[in-house]
Design a protein around this ligand. Structure first.
Ligand code: COA
Length: 149
């Protein structure tokens, strides 16, 4: 008889870093950057407590989403769900947790960057009712020659 795996959501912790990086590296559409060091994740979580979440199946990390805000707008980063666990609502549940937590902190508008060629990512956000912005361009700068910052 096939056993149902036990799915659990909880707040992200700094020591989730190795499992998250491993999940992100095997998730096309997610870029691992120089900012994604263990120290970088720890700093993000200290600055944005209670806004990032993971999903675990039988104790193994199978989904992650980092949420934060700058005092005005929310920003989400690094949504990924393990390929064997997709289309079961895990990403939707992670996003709902992040947005609810942001709302409780008074943040009512949130952004996510999605690569144009990421069909799964674009399909997901469109289905979730997010508005694709064609009226703005995102400008970025990396200082100190750090192209992969
Ligand atoms: C995108 C991703 C996070 C979705 O995770 P998920 O847990 O499978 O998403 P959900 O089960 O919550 O999907 C909810 C709905 O989103 C839409 N959706 C999800 N994956 C989709 C896909 N590959 N193509 C089109 N629409 C999709 C569907 O409407 C889906 O509802 P349905 O399953 O009832 O049809 C996952 O495919 C993934 O990790 N992809 C690789 C990394 C990535 O692209 N991350 C996003 C970066 S912005």
């Amino acid at each position: 008889m096939r056993r149902e795996s036990l799915l659990r959501f909880r707040e992200m912790a700094a020591d989730d870093h190795p499992a998250m990086i491993e999940l992100m590296r095997r998730s096309p559409g997610v870029s691992v950057r120089d900012a994604d060091t263990p120290e970088g994740l720890a700093r993000f979580l200290v600055r944005n407590p209670g806004l990032s979440f993971v999903a675990e199946s039988d104790g193994r990390l199978v989904g992650c989403l980092m949420g934060g805000h700058d005092g005005r707008r929310g920003h989400l980063h690094h949504l990924a769900v393990d390929a064997g666990h997709r289309r079961r609502g895990i990403a939707s549940a992670l996003v709902e947790r992040c947005l609810s937590a942001l709302e409780r902190q008074g943040i009512h508008k949130t952004h996510i960057d999605v690569y144009r060629n990421n069909a799964a990512g674009n399909g997901f956000w469109e289905n979730a009712g997010w508005s694709r912005r064609d009226d703005t361009h995102r400008f970025s700068i990396a200082r100190g020659g750090r192209e992969n910052a």
